[in-house]
Design a protein around this ligand. Structure first.
Ligand code: ADP
Ligand code: MG
Length: 411
């Protein structure tokens, strides 16, 4: 893949917009896993050496185009600063308009400002060209270092390139090179493990994935929609009732493509506050409870499947791993993959903010062949899709004369 890297654009002394993904796991206003921040440091260090003024752009969660205080990026200022040995990080209370312009104007060479959540503006997710132009007006160069958000044709991912020279950041480069090198030479059988809670965004990806891999393990809240599609009642579980038909179709496609699907045969039910828990067969999920983890028999089936696999891809925790005892299956599957990777039996890639956080809790992140910062984007990339953000990089026309940077914003 040929795309511009940091070395290919003139950065010295420039104001550089860096699209990052600071959508990190948080609890009670505190960052619980800083992997995405740490992985961003090589790009920031390079830009600081080049005496750039650095403007960090990111989304956080899904505020749906409105200001939602609990989804502010403000708490990330301390987390980024901490990861950079206490370096001062400025904050701009908006990502466009006068607040953004003032915050950027105050920057000196080598300084960093983090601007507020892009998704507080509906134009971001709509891929609005004017919004992209306003963002672009804040800097001279655009760096995409958000592989994990590059499956979205949002203004800050694909739009800014129309106005500024662009390049991939170090993390983007590392993600593309590492995933490509493992997946292009992947030994079969290949097993994909998919779980987590982002059912609506990830379920449809499975339809293409079943054509690419030998086994698909479905756990986490994702499994509930499949159980429902097979006629089981899932009580108060997290589920997407309107995706029942899609789930059914995916199972049919898998059969046609001779992809073996492993669904839970038992689950741990209870309440999210963990006041109760019990392992039951999938035909016995109580009407007033939630399936919050997969059960022992299912874990055994997954272990058997892993034992015959050569390549394992994992996105999405198998249960509500943040709350004991619903972390059991996620930890056991993590340990098994780590053991097989360490012994040289398999190659393994895990991706996703929460998946990587779960591996950090287990102390096993280092035992996987590669950890991606991406969840959904990583699955789409493996599916063989061209991600909009990557296409934008591949099609970069940096050699063409551009405006030289500053375009007057009309805000
Ligand atoms: P990632 O960030 O790794 O891409 P997701 O964001 O899709 O993964 O999902 C992670 C979340 O899914 C975790 O917060 C976890 O608690 C939740 N989860 C997993 N299984 C269940 C379940 N059965 N019920 C409710 N939440 C679940
Ligand atoms: Mg997540």
């Amino acid at each position: 893949m040929k795309f511009p890297r940091l070395e290919d654009v003139d950065l010295a002394g420039k104001t550089v917009l860096v699209r990052t993904d600071l959508n990190v796991p948080m609890q009670g206003g505190k960052v619980t896993n800083n992997n995405r921040i740490v992985r961003l440091l090589p790009t920031l260090e390079y830009l600081m050496k080049k005496k750039c003024r650095i403007v960090l752009l990111s989304h956080f969660d899904r505020p749906k185009g409105k200001f939602v205080p609990s989804m502010s990026l403000a708490p990330l200022v301390d987390a980024v600063s901490e990861a950079m040995d206490g370096k001062e990080i400025q904050f701009g209370v908006d990502c466009i308009g006068p607040a953004a312009r003032d915050a950027v104007a105050k920057l000196k060479a080598g300084e960093i400002v983090l601007l507020e959540n892009l998704r507080f503006h509906p134009e971001e997710e709509a891929g609005d060209a004017n919004f992209a132009r306003e963002l672009a007006s804040l800097g001279d160069v655009f760096i995409n270092d958000a592989f994990s958000a590059s499956h979205r044709a949002h203004a800050s991912i694909t739009g800014i390139a129309a106005y500024l020279p662009i390049a991939a950041g170090r993390l983007m480069e590392e993600e593309l090179a590492s995933i490509y090198s493992i997946f292009s030479n992947a030994k079969k059988p290949i097993t994909a493990i998919v779980g987590g809670s982002k059912i609506s965004t990830k379920l449809e990806l499975l339809e293409n994935l079943v054509a690419k891999v030998d086994n698909v393990v479905i756990g986490g809240a994702m499994a509930n929609t499949f159980l429902l599609s097979q006629g089981h009642s899932v009580g108060k579980s997290l589920v997407e009732t309107n995706l029942k038909a899609t789930a059914k179709r995916i199972l049919e496609t898998a059969k046609k493509k001779k992809c073996n699907i492993i669904l839970p045969v038992d689950v741990v039910v209870g309440q999210p506050d963990a006041t109760s828990n019990a392992c039951v067969g999938i035909e016995h999920i109580p009407a007033d409870q939630m399936a919050l983890d997969i059960g022992n028999e299912t874990i055994r089936a997954i272990s058997d499947c892993l034992a015959t696999s050569k390549t394992v891809i994992w996105n999405g925790p198998m249960g509500l791993f943040e709350t004991r005892p619903f972390d059991v299956s996620t930890m056991m599957v993590a340990r098994e993959i780590a053991r097989l990777t360490t012994s040289g039996t398999i190659k393994s890639i895990a991706g996703g903010g929460d998946t990587v956080a779960a591996l950090a809790i287990a102390g096993l992140g280092g035992s996987f062949s590669y950890l991606s910062t991406a969840g959904g984007a990583f699955l789409e990339y493996l599916e063989g899709k061209t991600l909009p953000g990557i296409t934008t990089l591949l099609e970069a026309k940096n050699s063409k004369p551009h405006s030289g940077g500053k375009i007057k914003a009309n805000a």
